[in-house]
Design a protein around this ligand. Structure first.
Ligand code: TYC
Length: 103
């Protein structure tokens, strides 16, 4: 019903919007040149991982080729990709970071 217009003779069918936003994985990709300590620092500073979790994730990326640093809404994920990429390039490291939608 159109609660905002009590004198209206019309009725509007409404559906409350309760959609969750799509979530995006931020992935770290392995390479041969970025120092392990830099990747651990990135996971700690930008993805708020504990020292132990940062080490575990970094080693998993090193061994398997890629891994999830965190899961966020689109704008937050894209901002983290841009920030981490800029930081890595400023240090001369080729670290690749990408965002992909969760299935
Ligand atoms: N393979 C790198 C090395 O041996 C470490 C590394 C880990 C690089 C994870 C990138 O996303 C990465 N120094």
């Amino acid at each position: 019903p159109d609660a905002s217009n009590p004198s209206s003779n019309t009725q509007t069918l409404e559906r409350t919007q309760i959609q969750r936003p799509r979530l995006y994985r931020v992935l770290l990709l392995n390479d041969d040149y970025t120092p392990m300590e830099f990747v651990v620092m990135v996971l700690s500073r930008y993805f708020r991982k504990s020292a132990h979790d940062a080490e575990t994730i970094m080693l998993a990326v090193h061994r398997k080729g890629q891994g999830v640093a965190g899961v966020y809404t689109r704008e937050v994920a894209e901002t983290k990709v841009a920030q981490v990429t800029q930081h890595a390039r400023s240090e001369g490291y080729p670290l690749r970071v990408v965002a992909e939608p969760e299935p």
